[in-house]
Design a protein around this ligand. Sequence first.
Ligand code: DX5
Ligand code: ZN
Length: 215
Amino acid sequence: MNIVSASILSADLCALGTDVSRAEQAGCDHIHFDVMDGVFVDNISYGLPVLESLRKHTDMFIDAHLMIVTPEKYLKRFARSGADNITFHLEATDDVQGCIDTIHSCGKKAGLAIRPKTPAETVFPYLSSADMILVMTVEPGFGGQGFMKDMCPKIQAVRSEMERLGLKGHIQVDGGINASTVKMAADAGADVMVAGSYLFRADDMKAAADILRNA
Ligand code: DX5
Ligand code: ZN
């Protein structure tokens, strides 16, 4: 079974508490918290104060996806503000291993993300230390975009290398995940499905989450 992560970028941000409770009742496993700085991506979302409020509201696992430059500056603060997992982008830092180590030193899980143009091989040196690899299936920055099918070979390449090394790490996909794309991602080897628009716009969020979990 897959892990289902609800991206609150598509939630009603004026009723964030209600929407997070809705995701929890629908059986979603994680809350996916997208942080955008207007530099690494061409959009600005929300950050530390919102995370602190969210942490007080829910016991759900919070997965922070940092789409920011020099993430090393902020890792400890995201940890203190309540993230359970912190994912940063390989392209955003010169010290990938240092970021993973810092996140672990805070007692949190570490995720390593790559944009669509970044090759699978770039994450290979970190497979034994990162808890999760995030293969972006859209260009990061916006919800509601179409799933990039051509990312499937990259997911497969990461999964094969993990298997070759005898590792059982997670592979997360983020962007365009819905009932018609989730199987492609799962077949390629992904096991953590992030979805924003598909879950929050579903008439029946529980049924939608079940489809992602069972794909
Ligand atoms: C995009 C974000 C995603 C986004 C996904 O950069 O990282 O988490 O919310 O949205 P959907 O599921 O609508 O493609
Ligand atoms: Zn994301």
